[in-house]
Each structure stands twice: as C-alpha cells, then as structure tokens.
Design a protein around this ligand. Structure first.
Ligand code: THG
Length: 281
C-alpha cells in the first residue's frame, strides 16, 4: 500500500516497503518563542528559513502548524503554506484542527498535500473528509474519538477501523489514509510507549494501513529527548511505521533512520547508508 504525496517539485511515497518518510516538525510554535512572535506579526521569513533548513537536512515533507495564542490561524496558515511552497519543492503537511484555516490553506497549497488531521469523531469526519475528497489530497487519521485518546491498543485499532469505513464511504481511496496511533510521553505514563507500539503492530497486521506518528511526543518533559526519540523510532520502524513527524536537524535521528532503512531491507546495496556515512551525514 503506497500513499503518494506531491509538492511543487517532488513526489514522495509513504509505504511499508519504502524508506522512512521524514516530515519536518519545526514549523510549530509550541516551545518556540521566536517563531510564535514572527507568526503573530504575519512575518513569514522565519517560516521560509525553517522550511529550507529542514529540507537541506533531509526532510522529505514539511509539517506546517501555526497554532498559538494570538495567532489568527485562518489568516496565517495560508500565508505560511504559501511561504513554504515557495521556499521548498517538497510536499506540505497541513497541521491544524481549525476547519476554516484548513479550507483556506488547501485553497493555496501546491501539489497533493497531507491533511493533519481527522479524528474518529463524527463532527471531525463530516467536516474534514469532504475537503480531502474535493481537493484529492491524503489525510492523517488520529486514533482518538469523543472518548478521548485510548490507553489501550484495541480501542486505537477499533477507531482506525471506523476511520477507514468513513473515508471509503466518502469515496476517498484507502491508500490516501495514513493512520496515527498517537504517541504519548513516557514522562506521564511509563507504559505509553508500549501501548502505542502495540497499536502500530495491530494496525499493520489487521488493517495493513500506512502509519505516521509524532516522533518527539514520546519524550516530552524528559531528559535525553533525542535518545528516547530515536530509540522509539527504530522500534516503530521495525513494527511497520512508514513516516514520522520529527526534527530533521537531529543528526543522531538521521543516522538511526539510515541504519533502520538498511537493516529493514529498504536500502538496496546499502547505497544510501554508505553515501551518507561517507558524506559525514
Ligand atoms: N501527530 C500528528 N501531528 C502532530 C503530532 C502528532 N503535530 C504536532 C506534534 N504532534 C508533532 N510536532 C512536534 C513539534 C515539536 C515538538 C514536538 C512535536 C517539540 N518541540 C520542542 C518543545 O516543545 O520543547 C521545541 C523544539 C525546539 O525548540 O527546537 O518537542 O503526534 N499527526
């Protein structure tokens, strides 16, 4: 199963048999005061710079999230999406829970973007899926609904199943859904990593769907974040995750991705691993 995304210049494939797709997380004001301030002023220079830096480091797609107190998302998200589309040619991941902002961003977004995201709630499905259908894009389905984020993997699987049914009823092809099993921090609940990993395994086995997750979530509030993030990514890749929203400027993460791609048989003749090793990553 392959999910195709397109930017202004490049097309990428998310799939269980393909190398990991790294989606740059850095255009997100949470924890980034300077980005927040520039977004409040409607200044897109930092957004352009962050997009370029991430793609130069090896990001295959760019997540764009402008949600912060004092930012009018409906006005700013389309500006940010336009700025990223001009700065880089890779596919864009439109990260918002605001429907008006999503519609405005889709109107200006080049290529075939990934909508981040829809949940299993009826109100979310009925607002987001018609937009996904009419723009012909792909969508991330979060494994949560009106009951919140499930602690167990069975309920996550059940919600993923409900979302598949809803997208098929809407006439959206199955390959245009990427399921997010929802990674949570081990700082709040020490079994959170295990629960999400079990959800990854069962969604791969039972539904055979493509998956993505927030690669920095698992370490919120913890020391050694990079170590936790890259170790968890290796586990998730082995369990069948095809893409991650993470920090491409983290060189140790990039080394882990290259190693996992090779060890999982997704790097023929070890070409990319050897090339990157020679190039000093
Ligand atoms: N699933 C989906 N989308 C998502 C998430 C998810 N989008 C948002 C988030 N989770 C993924 N993105 C981030 C972006 C940044 C951080 C974590 C997740 C992060 N930032 C540092 C902080 O807040 O401390 C700041 C980094 C810096 O200063 O450079 O941790 O789960 N579908």
């Amino acid at each position: 199963l392959n999910t195709r995304l397109r930017g202004r210049e490049t097309e990428i494939v998310v799939g269980t048999e393909a190398p990991l797709v790294l989606i740059g997380e850095r255009i997100n004001p949470s924890g980034r005061e300077r980005l927040s301030e520039s977004l409040m002023r409607g200044d897109m220079s930092k957004v352009r710079q962050d997009a370029l830096a991430q793609v130069s480091a090896g990001a295959h797609a760019i997540d764009v999230n402008v949600s912060a107190a004092g930012v009018d998302e409906t006005r700013i998200l389309p500006l940010a999406v336009t700025a990223v589309g001009e700065a880089v040619g890779v596919p864009i991941v439109i990260d918002t829970s605001n429907r008006e902002a999503l519609a405005a961003a889709l109107e200006v977004c080049p290529g075939k973007p990934l909508v981040n995201s829809v949940t299993g709630e009826e109100s979310s499905l009925s607002a987001v899926l018609p937009l996904v259908k009419s723009y012909g894009c792909a969508v991330i389905g979060l494994c949560m609904d009106d009951r919140g984020i499930p602690k167990d993997s069975d309920t996550r699987l059940e919600i993923a199943h409900n979302i598949v049914q809803a997208i098929e009823e809407e006439g959206i092809p199955r390959e245009d859904l990427i399921v997010d099993p929802l990674a949570m921090t081990v700082g709040a609940e020490h079994t959170a990593g295990l629960a999400t990993l079990e959800a990854v395994r069962s969604i791969a086995q039972e539904l055979g769907l493509n998956m993505v997750y927030g690669g920095s979530n698992v370490s919120f509030g913890m020391p050694e974040r990079s170590l936790l993030n890259r170790t968890y990514l290796a586990m998730c890749m082995a369990a069948g995750v095809g893409s991650v929203i993470a920090d491409p400027l983290d060189v140790e993460l990039r080394r882990t991705v290259a190693a996992c791609d090779l060890l999982l048989g997704h790097d023929e003749f070890a070409m990319r691993f050897i090339q990157r090793s020679r190039g000093g990553w």
